[in-house]
Design a protein around this ligand. Structure first.
Ligand SMILES: [Fe+2]
Length: 398
């Protein structure tokens, strides 16, 4: 299936390149001019590395068959021409090979588009939300629809991609359903807590989550590397007083910190701090930054868990300032303006992107509150969304 899709993609791309012109072809680069006036430069080494065709990529899986070190150090682009079908043929020396390229594919992969240091985030970057903003558009999707209708499943998975949190109602109130939900888009990440775990007050709790205490907003398992990137929680029983759930967009909180106190933001984005979870049979440790940034300094992930942050071991001169920054971030995370608050009823389920959205709960007392949770990963969810998008574009109803 991969092969077919890949070939379809490239065949379709070829027809989209009509009208391209060669603006310049030097030994070390090619510049193309497009009908809309745009010009893009491609380095010879980049082009040679992207060579398509069965001599360079495996016919069945499209994987590259050579390493960059296999390419000549004195690689030169000696000729470029446009063929009758709108495709390009490039000649490379000293190998003496001619390589076909789809013009539209080159347009789609142009890289001299001024992204580095740009004020605007790249296309597709998440947009942060406040509680009011998300509350106004949040959708409780229907379990039956999501399992029956690919469009409904797409909408639910897209909620997670866009907002880092998504909701389902009407999930059968049976133990183990949380893992069945994961199978709609990916794979359960089994941990020392098991394939799934029960979140309810226990007599000898292995984690504060398994008590009736309130939990400040946090991301799960920062002591694990790699950290689980998705968490799902399914409500099986809910007749306790209290126990409301909370969700906070950590990227929005980080953005607010950056705006209000850039020096604090810089400290949290610079220093990795230790996290640990330790019992008689477990000793998980990892170091991570509370705020992870992209090359332009924008936040792309957060890790925050007051229960499992270990004794700080930063340089002595950094520690007081780090604590000020840590406290300030914590204060922002507590801002009611950021906290989406909801009460789960039996059959409700929510999922969070554990590198972006923090979750928490109010304490609960008399009565029963029983959730089942499990971890999964975002990579397979995003993969599934991309495949579904591809099928939509090709008109394939699968
Ligand atoms: Fe948690």
């Amino acid at each position: 299936m991969t092969t077919l899709t890949t070939r379809t993609e490239r065949t379709a791309a070829r027809s989209g390149g009509a009208g391209v012109e060669i603006a310049a072809c030097s030994g070390d680069a090619l510049t193309l001019r497009w009908p809309d006036g745009a010009r893009h430069r491609y380095d010879a080494i980049w082009l040679r590395d992207q060579a398509q065709g069965e001599a360079f990529r495996h016919a069945d899986n499209d994987q590259r068959l050579f390493d960059v070190a296999d390419l000549p150090a004195d690689l030169t682009l000696t000729d470029a021409r446009i063929e009758a079908d709108g495709g390009l043929t490039l000649r490379f020396e000293p190998e003496g090979i001619e390589v076909p390229f789809d013009a539209a594919w080159l347009r789609a992969h142009a890289y001299d588009v001024g992204r580095e240091g740009a004020a605007e985030p790249p296309a597709g970057s998440p947009v942060g939300w406040s509680a009011a903003a998300l509350g106004a558009r949040v959708a409780w999707r229907d379990y039956a629809a999501v399992t029956r209708d690919p469009e409904a499943l797409f909408a639910w998975l897209d909620d997670i991609r866009r907002d880092g949190v998504a909701f389902l109602s009407g999930v059968p109130q049976e133990p183990g359903m949380v893992c069945r939900i994961v199978s709609l888009f990916g794979y359960v990440r089994e941990t020392n807590y098991g394939r799934l775990f029960d979140v309810r007050a226990e007599e000898k709790p292995a984690n504060m989550a398994f008590t009736g205490a309130g939990l400040g907003v946090h991301t799960d398992n920062p002591y694990r590397d790699p950290v689980p990137t998705l968490q799902l929680l399914h409500c099986l029983q809910s007749d306790a007083d209290g126990g409301d759930s909370l969700a906070v967009d950590g990227l929005e909180a980080a953005r607010r910190l950056r705006e209000a106190a850039p020096e604090d933001y810089a400290l949290l984005a610079r220093w990795r701090v230790p996290f640990r979870y330790r019992t008689a049979t477990t000793d998980l440790q990892a170091r991570r930054r509370l705020i992870e940034t992209d090359e332009a300094g924008r936040p792309i992930a957060v890790a925050y868990n007051n229960r499992s942050i270990a004794p700080l071991d930063l340089p002595a001169e950094v520690t007081p300032a780090y604590y000020r920054a840590y406290r300030r971030f914590s204060e922002i995370l507590r801002d009611p303006d950021l906290a989406l608050r909801f009460k789960l009823a039996p059959g409700d389920l929510f999922v969070v992107n554990n590198r972006r959205v923090l979750h928490g709960r109010g304490g609960f007392g008399a009565g029963k509150r029983w959730l089942q949770g499990c971890y999964a990963d975002e990579d397979s969810l995003l993969s599934q969304l991309r495949v579904m998008e591809r099928q939509r574009l090709s008109g394939d109803p699968r």
